[in-house]
Design a protein around this ligand. Structure first.
Ligand SMILES: [Zn+2]
Length: 215
């Protein structure tokens, strides 16, 4: 490493100066998060089938990532964009080589209100190849409903009905996996573009086996 100029870097999560331990300095050229914040990530790293799709769950629905997601989506702290996948990138690149990432869709009014599509921004700031191929109908109606009606009201489809992904292996990407209903609908929609292979990547796992048993 020839560059001896000391560049001060600040943790995007706690804003403290990042004091890197030597091991990390070898692995990361531009660290985003300090050691302390990294240790607050509730890492899961579990591969599990989600509707027959081999899916990688990065963390549990707790810890610092849950806080980041709130700050990112609700307080629009876009600086956090690259943080979500950062420490997992070597694993993601190994698990999904040459895959095209497909963010699960948010409804248009939420994206307009926020000013950005949060999942696309996470993928873009992590330098992953992605395509926002799916769209979701407005869910203004679904809030009035509850229970099973709420799920019927969701509609996810291909933005371009003629989209051909027959030369691509794709990864469906979402932030939180709870019941899997959005994932399942997105899966049905993306299958129409006939990708060679479909896998899944979820940042936070909020799925509870007990809920499944009740169905
Ligand atoms: Zn920090």
């Amino acid at each position: 490493m020839k560059n001896t100029t000391k560049v001060l870097r600040y943790c995007k999560s706690c804003i403290k100066e990042i004091k890197l331990n030597p091991a990390r300095y070898l692995l990361e050229r531009k660290p985003l998060i300090c050691d302390e914040c990294i240790s607050s990530i509730d890492t899961k790293l579990e591969f599990r089938k989600a509707f027959d799709v081999e899916t990688l769950f990065l963390s549990s629905y707790s810890g610092i990532i849950k806080q980041w997601l709130m700050n990112f989506k609700e307080l629009k702290d876009v600086e956090l964009g690259p943080c979500f996948l950062n420490i997992f990138l070597p694993i993601i690149q190994t698990a999904f080589p040459h895959y095209l990432f497909i963010p699960l869709p948010s409804c248009k009014s939420r994206v307009m209100e926020r000013g950005f599509d949060h999942l696309s921004l996470i993928l873009e700031s992590s330098h992953l190849r992605f395509l926002s191929a799916l769209e979701k109908e407005e869910d203004s109606e679904q809030k009035k409903n509850s229970g099973p009606e709420r799920f019927k009201a969701k509609r996810i489809s291909l933005k371009n009905p003629n989209l051909d992904l027959s030369k691509e292996k794709v990864v469906l990407f979402d932030d939180v996996y709870t019941t899997g209903s959005t994932f399942k609908e997105s899966l049905e929609a993306i299958k129409k573009a006939k990708p060679k292979k479909i896998k899944g990547l979820i940042i936070m796992d909020n799925f509870h086996v007990d809920e499944l048993r009740m169905k």
